[in-house]
Design a protein around this ligand. Structure first.
Ligand code: NAD
Length: 476
């Protein structure tokens, strides 16, 4: 497939290519241009040229185009989901969820368009104010490979509704569904240049977007180290920044929890998307009164999970997205095994020697009695490995939960309101779930504390971040 710049499919100036492979088989799926600095400049020029006309439309008109695009996405959801599974690896039912999630986001922003353009403030004898919402201009968006469709929606929905134009870079391993969706948005009525997709590496295309002086705001989702580098690179340019970075979400299961429900929550919370989700359950703390029973049930449930090609039926977990990601996870588990930092209760191996050996599969893994300085506890585990720790009480659980540089999400499983309140007040994270983990609908603001990032996506908050107010003060 080709890049999409100024409403056209474009080969790119350098004529170099990136191969996109199916992570379940290692086979070539397609290729996309390996874009350059010059391609980013062309995309920014197209976005600048399109800005005036797009910004002049009413917010409701822009919302109607998003709504129309959502309808087309829903009509084509099966083909889009299939493509997503082929390039990303996730099971087809997860891809369908994600594609529908994209449509939900566009519909949410279309839905708030009629009443989000501004407000009137009456000041009595002093006068009246009309406060309008204005777009920022050309915005940049850089997205990762783990949820490429959903995260594209988180950026495209509010940015376009606010009247901005966009230059977006997908990850090198998952550009295909993004390009298809951009074509759909264009066909729904975007003028050429409103949404531009430049494919290529982080070093060339990513950094060119971050440092381009005409880009007024940048929204980045990805790894903390990359986020910090982007913050430095962008610092000379007075850009607005949203950084959605990594997480190491704790899940706390108290002794009054519904055990079966919490086991299901841990399985879905950790192993959805082969564990490659920013808000996945990455550390599990279970009260000692129920831990033996809980861990036994959890292990049995994990043993029953089916691993295989995401296009197959009855597959719970697909491959990891790349050989490199699987290698990172595999090394962390081997290190734990070698240093005797924990007990591997199940999993802890690839599918070498099976029919799936050419794919990047890793068997879902549960590790218990783990030392608190193991990398499985201190770092973000971006794969299907779950460390479980037993805790004597809520105080210890909260202390351990906060013993991290991250602060994206957290959950507590309990029936007790006082426990809920303590976790909500004391655990440092942007979202606290109770008897649930992972779900983030479009109306709910989402983002982290500490090293998990800056700013919020979703909801009215994201629309605010892609716009600024301008006030007309009428002193009658
Ligand atoms: P990554 O940082 O390696 O890459 C993300 C994107 O940034 C890719 O498009 C990549 O090409 C680009 N990039 C890489 N180097 C760059 C540079 N120097 N300048 C500009 N762009 C650059 O992250 P990843 O491995 O693709 O994603 C996984 C990470 O993303 C995990 O840490 C995960 O927790 C995080 N994540 C966070 C959220 C959130 O909302 N907080 C959501 C999903 C994923």
């Amino acid at each position: 497939m080709l890049m999409r710049i100024g409403g056209k499919d474009v080969e790119g100036i350098d004529e170099c290519w990136i191969e996109v492979k199916n992570p379940a088989t290692g086979e070539l799926v397609d290729r996309v241009p390996d874009g350059t600095n010059e391609d980013v400049s062309c995309a920014v020029d197209a976005a600048e040229a399109a800005f005036g006309a797009w910004a002049k439309k009413s917010m409701r008109e822009r919302g109607m185009i998003l709504f129309h695009a959502a309808r087309i996405v829903r009509d084509q959801h099966k083909d889009l989901a299939r493509l997503l599974t082929i390039e990303q690896g996730k099971p087809i039912y997860e891809s369908i969820d994600e594609v529908r999630g994209f449509a939900n986001i566009l519909e949410f922003y279309a839905g708030i368009s009629a009443h989000s353009s501004g407000e009137a403030i009456r000041l009595g004898p002093a006068g009246d104010c009309m406060v309008v919402r204005e777009p920022l201009g050309v915005c940049g968006a850089i997205i990762p490979w783990n949820m490429p469709v959903l995260i594209m929606g988180w950026k495209v929905g509010p940015a376009l509704l606010a009247g901005n134009t966009l230059v977006l870079k997908p990850a090198s391993t998952t550009p295909l569904t993004t390009l298809k969706l951009a074509g759909i948005l264009d066909s729904a009525g975007l003028l050429p240049g409103i949404l531009n997709i430049v494919t290529g590496s982080g070093k060339s295309v990513g950094e060119a977007i971050v440092t381009h002086p005409a880009i007024r705001k940048l929204s980045f989702t990805g790894d903390c180290t990359t986020g910090n580098k982007i913050r430095e690179l962008a610092s000379g340019h007075l850009k607005d920044l949203t950084l959605e970075l990594g997480g190491s979400d704790p899940m706390i299961v108290m002794d009054d929890a519904d055990i079966d429900r919490a086991v299901e929550g841990a399985v879905r919370g950790r192993f959805y998307n082969a564990g490659q989700t920013c808000t996945a359950v990455k550390r599990l703390y279970v009260h000692e009164k129920i831990s033996t029973r809980f861990i036994k049930k959890l292990k049995d449930r994990i043993d029953a999970l089916t691993v295989g090609n995401g296009l197959g039926s009855k597959i719970d977990i697909g491959p990891m997205n790349s050989a490199g990601q699987r290698e990172k996870i595999s090394q962390m588990v081997e290190e734990t095994r070698e240093n005797k930092e924990g007990t591997i209760l199940t999993g802890g191996y690839t599918l070498k020697g099976t029919a799936y050996e050419r794919g990047y599969f890793y068997r879902p893994t549960l590790v218990s009695t783990i030392s608190l300085d193991s990398r499985l506890v201190t770092s973000e585990i971006f794969g299907p490995v779950l460390p479980v720790m037993t805790v004597p009480d809520l105080d210890t659980a909260i202390l351990e939960a906060n013993n991290t540089r991250y602060g994206l999400g957290a959950s507590v499983w309990t029936k007790d309101l006082a426990t809920t309140k303590r976790v909500f007040d004391e655990v440092k994270a942007g979202i606290i779930w109770v008897n649930r983990h992972l779900t983030v609908p479009p109306e709910v603001p989402f983002g982290g504390m500490n090293e998990s990032g800056i700013g919020r996506e979703n909801g009215q908050h994201a629309l605010d971040s892609y716009s600024r107010t301008k006030t007309l003060f009428l002193g009658w």
